[in-house]
Write a protein that binds this ligand. Structure first.
Ligand code: UDX
Length: 461
């Protein structure tokens, strides 16, 4: 099949590479020439500046210039294409609705080309990005506006988690295809031939609107699990003495009806999807006059969680942040990524600055550059000048009055040793990720310990 992937970010680039691995002729198209040049160079460092996913560079090397081609101009290659996959940024607007401007610009570009094409064979236009329910019809209208003939629209959402894009594309849990006609389903079956009738992968054919909804319901449910554990399981263990968080999880999730995923309690879930998708679903349903109490609660619990431990430090540990120096460990929204979008650390920094800290001593093994860009604008808020960056957890902790663990980087598991050898009590350890299994030794030595999913423990003095 001849495929054009429109948009080569986190979704589009891995998808293009994996489609090429299966022997399709794939054109990865982006209006950003710098990106295209970086991908064309084949150099790992260049590619990873834009998309950093395990296995991506080797997948590109295996297929580049044989099955996989990069271009910022599709006017010459559009003819004869069977499928366009739209993999564009769909960021949130302030009111929670979805900004479809990148998406619709790309759709107009493609429509202009398709209206002029020589061959009139069937072409299917497929949405892979998360788009509001009904967006396939918007695509259809754009094509009709331009007089495109013999086309179909489809929704084929991606369910990838960051850090697992290549493996997840090669072996997805399910492939969901929403289309209108048997002809279009057949074309998509040829694209995904390796997944149709697979013993383990569910291949579901449905309507475009159902496919669009599946993506929202899945992401909203995943965030509901996390908010449930943060807002109920963790709360109980933080409130009643002698409740052990890990045992609580094991005891509850032993029931095969109950998911284990989401039971990892934290200082709130971030990333490019969960917050955006729940706000968009709330907006879409509210626009239709529906109540969205549960979604609203899930969203609020997650947002509250991002600063909750800092409030607990004040109320339970009696810690005043005013004029204090706080080490902030982890800036990315989860381990193994440099992505700061919607990260819990953003809200933590705002809260710490509002509480008058003298200095934030930040460390993240990957996300420092992203963070510096994010907080660069001192004119906007001169308080951001109070953030300093360090090359290790030890350096960040040196001379601080408290440490706040915000990201679950594995290296933080050894932190009790670093704390012991770097700072003296009185000192407050705030663990937003339950990263310190041997916290008792810290408490024995006089350090105060405040974890998510556990009661405050005053250091023995
Ligand atoms: C998520 C979904 O998992 C994926 O299916 C969807 O397509 C896109 O959004 P991603 O954003 O990459 O993927 O991250 P994920 O690994 O799901 O984690 C999201 C956030 O939740 C992170 O901040 C993570 O640390 C947090 N999390 C996750 C928890 O706090 N507890 C958990 O049990 C699981």
């Amino acid at each position: 099949m001849k495929i054009i992937v429109v948009g080569t970010g986190f979704v589009g680039l891995p998808h293009a590479a994996v489609m090429a691995e299966y022997g399709h002729e794939v054109y990865a198209y982006d209006i950003d020439q710098k990106r295209i040049d970086a991908y064309k160079s084949g150099e790992a460092a260049q590619i990873e500046r834009y998309v950093n996913e395990p296995g991506l560079v080797s997948a590109i090397h295996e297929t580049k210039d044989r099955y996989l081609f990069f271009t910022s101009d599709i006017s010459d290659v559009a003819d004869g294409t069977d499928i366009f996959f739209f993999c564009l940024n769909t960021p949130p607007n302030r009111d929670g609705s979805t900004d479809l401007s990148y998406y619709s610009n790309a759709a107009h570009t493609v429509a202009t080309l398709l209206a002029k094409r020589q061959d009139k064979k069937r072409v299917v236009l497929v949405n892979k990005s998360t788009v509001p329910v009904g967006t396939a019809r918007l695509l259809q209208n754009i094509m009709n506006e331009h007089g495109v003939e013999n086309f179909g629209v489809a929704s084929n959402p991606e369910f990838l988690a960051q850090g697992n894009a290549i493996e997840g594309s090669r072996k997805p849990d399910r492939v969901v295809v929403g289309a209108d006609t048997e002809e279009d389903f057949q074309i998509l079956r040829r694209v995904y031939a390796q997944f149709v009738n697979h013993v383990r992968i569910r291949y579901l054919e449905t309507t475009p609107e159902t496919a669009e909804s599946i993506k929202y319901v899945a992401n909203n449910l995943l965030l509901t699990y996390i908010s449930f554990w943060n807002g109920v399981g963790a709360r109980i263990a933080e409130t009643f003495p002698n409740v052990r968080m890990e045992d609580l999880k094991i005891g509850v999730t032993a029931d095969t009806r109950i998911s284990t995923w989401g039971s990892y309690v934290s200082n709130g879930a971030g990333g490019s999807c969960f917050g955006k998708d729940i706000q968009s679903m709330i907006y879409q349903l509210n626009q239709a006059g529906r109540r969205t109490d549960l979604l609203q609660a899930v969203y609020n619990i997650n947002e509250y969680q991002k600063t909750y431990l800092i409030d607990r430090a004040v109320h339970e540990a009696g810690f005043s942040f005013n004029q204090k120096s706080v080490a902030l460990l982890g800036l990315a929204f989860k381990k193994r990524t440099n992505d700061m979008r919607d990260s819990a650390s953003l809200k933590a920094v705002e809260s710490l600055l509002a509480k008058g800290v003298r200095e934030i001593r930040a460390y993240d093994p990957l996300a420092e550059e992203a963070a510096r860009t994010y907080w660069f604008n001192p004119e906007k808020n001169h308080l951001f000048e109070r953030i300093n960056y360090f090359d290790s957890a030890k350096e960040a902790i040196k001379g601080s009055d408290a440490v706040y663990i915000s990201t679950d980087w594995e290296e933080f598991r050894g932190l009790s040793h670093t704390i012991n050898t770097t700072v003296k009590p009185p000192y407050l350890v705030i663990d937003g990720r339950r990263m310190i299994p041997d916290y008792q030794t810290l408490v024995e030595r006089g350090y105060d310990f405040l974890p998510v999913g556990g009661m405050f423990l005053a250091g023995k003095r």
